[in-house]
Each structure stands twice: as C-alpha cells, then as structure tokens.
Design a protein around this ligand. Structure first.
Ligand code: SAH
Length: 252
C-alpha cells in the first residue's frame, strides 16, 4: 500500500518549502496540489502525476470529498502520494478531514510542517509578532465562519486574521465590535514571501483604505502589538504602503 505525505509548501514562493518537504516531494509519484502553492515546485517532481485540487475560499473548485477520494484511491493503488498544501498543513487547511479519511482506510501518513502565512507576513514587513513586555500572545484566527460570515476576535496581544483580505471594511467593523480601539495598528500583508509582496500599515479606523492595494491577492491582517513598526527610527507612516521589495505597491 502507498502512503500519503502532507507537505507544507510555504506561503507561495517555492523556496520557502522546507528541505524535508522538498525531499518528500522529490519522492512523490502523485502530487495533489492546492491553488496557493507555487507552480515552480513542479520542477522538483517532474515525473509525478500532478493533480490540481485548488480551492479558493468557499468557492470550491474541487470539492473536499473529491480530494479525499483521490487521496485514498492513489494510496490504495500503491503510489507515493504527496498532498501539497499552502503554508502549513495544520492551519486552516482541512487537514483533519483528510487525516480522518486516510486513517479510516488504514493508510499510513506523515505531516511535514511549512511556513504559515502569518510568519511570512511578519518576516516580510519586519514586524515581529511578539514584543518583549508588550506582546506576549499571538492568535491565528480565521475571519470567516462556516456560514461565510465575517467574524473577528480579540484573543491575544497580536491577532492575525486569515481569509479576510477581500473584505477589509467588514473586518474593521467586526474588530470594533470585538473591542479593539479604532486607533489600534493594523498591518495588511499580501503575497507574503513572494517577489511581489506588499505590506501596508493602517489603524482599525482606516483599514478599509487597504482594499485596493491588496485586491485579488491572498492577504493576512495583523492587528495589535505585532502590527506596530519595529524600527522606531523610521516614522510610522500610517496608511502608507511600505516598500520592502521593489513591488508594484511602490507605484500605487
Ligand atoms: N495553510 C495556510 C492557510 C490557508 S487559508 C497557511 O498556513 O498559510 C488561505 C489564507 O491564507 C488566505 O486567505 C490568506 O489569508 C492566507 N495566505 C496564504 N498565503 C498567503 C501569502 N503568501 N500572503 C499573505 N496571506 C496568505
């Protein structure tokens, strides 16, 4: 019987996969790849059968049941299956369902971690998620409920919201309802880790302004202590697009 290796591909740039993940990918005979994984990774398993099972948000291009069935089918056929997921497989990646279905079929699995978007965003914007003294806790939160409704939260000194990048005005309202003051710093980072990454700095009150700069791009929204610029020498340019990379944002 084959086995399934879940591989965290990192946040969209091929060179942010781990060495262990890359080695597992090189061994794969079948690769089931998510939409946010870098197509450049194909070069590392050129002889494998690649199946694109990308889903974006709740508009399932490929239903979860179909993905589950493909995993079981290929593993039972004796093939080495890689399940390539964006970021880290254990965060907002439907890993539980896929592990369950494989366990039920008695198929052996391994999970290889990856760099999640929150960590790539912190690195990209050079804004650490924890700060000595003032930032002791971090929450990674999906802004979307199962009913497709926006729902913020206030669980930590720094809260990183996934899956809210296209609904920033609604997220701002929800943040206020959760008790975040309207002056709280908010950092938005899209395509973190990629050559065309963008980051911008706002407050809860001005968050809606970030909409056009990040439209159509995967983004995380970092709220609280971890959104404040680390370099005090540099003036905090609220609502300004940072130029960490020579990105299109520099021209916006
Ligand atoms: N398992 C993934 C998250 C999947 S949910 C991880 O660990 O990163 C998809 C959400 O992740 C997107 O809606 C967006 O909020 C975030 N995301 C993924 N890639 C990103 C990137 N390169 N930059 C910023 N956010 C990203």
């Amino acid at each position: 019987m084959g086995r399934v290796v879940f591989i965290g591909a990192g946040p969209g740039a091929a060179d942010l996969i781990t060495v262990r993940g890359l080695r597992a990918l090189e061994q794969a005979e079948v690769v089931l790849a998510d939409a946010l994984t870098d197509p450049a990774l194909r070069a590392h398993a050129p002889h494998a059968q690649w199946i694109d099972v990308g889903k974006r948000g709740f508009a399932h291009a490929t239903g979860q049941a179909h993905i589950n069935a493909l995993l079981v089918e290929h593993a039972l056929a004796g093939r080495a299956v890689a399940r390539l997921k964006g970021g880290d497989p254990s965060l907002f990646g439907r890993l539980e369902e896929e592990l369950q279905v494989l366990a039920q079929a008695g198929i052996d699995c391994e999970v290889i971690p990856g760099v999640t978007a929150a960590l790539a965003a912190a690195a990209q914007s050079q804004r650490p998620l924890t700060r000595r003294g003032g930032g002791r806790t971090v929450a990674l939160t999906t802004a979307m409920t199962l009913q497709h409704a926006l729902q913020a939260g206030h669980h930590a000194d720094t809260e990183v919201f996934y899956m809210a990048g296209q609904q920033l005005p609604g997220l701002a309202d929800s943040l206020l309802q959760c008790g975040w003051p309207d002056t709280t710093p908010v950092s938005v980072v899209s395509r973190a880790g990629c050559p065309d990454a963008r980051s911008s700095l706002h407050t809860v009150a001005s968050l809606a302004e970030a909409t056009s700069a990040h439209a159509g791009r995967p983004a995380v929204v970092i709220v609280g202590v971890g959104a404040t610029p680390a370099a005090r020498a540099q003036p905090a340019s609220l609502a300004a697009i940072d130029s960490h990379q020579s990105s299109e944002a520099d021209r916006t």
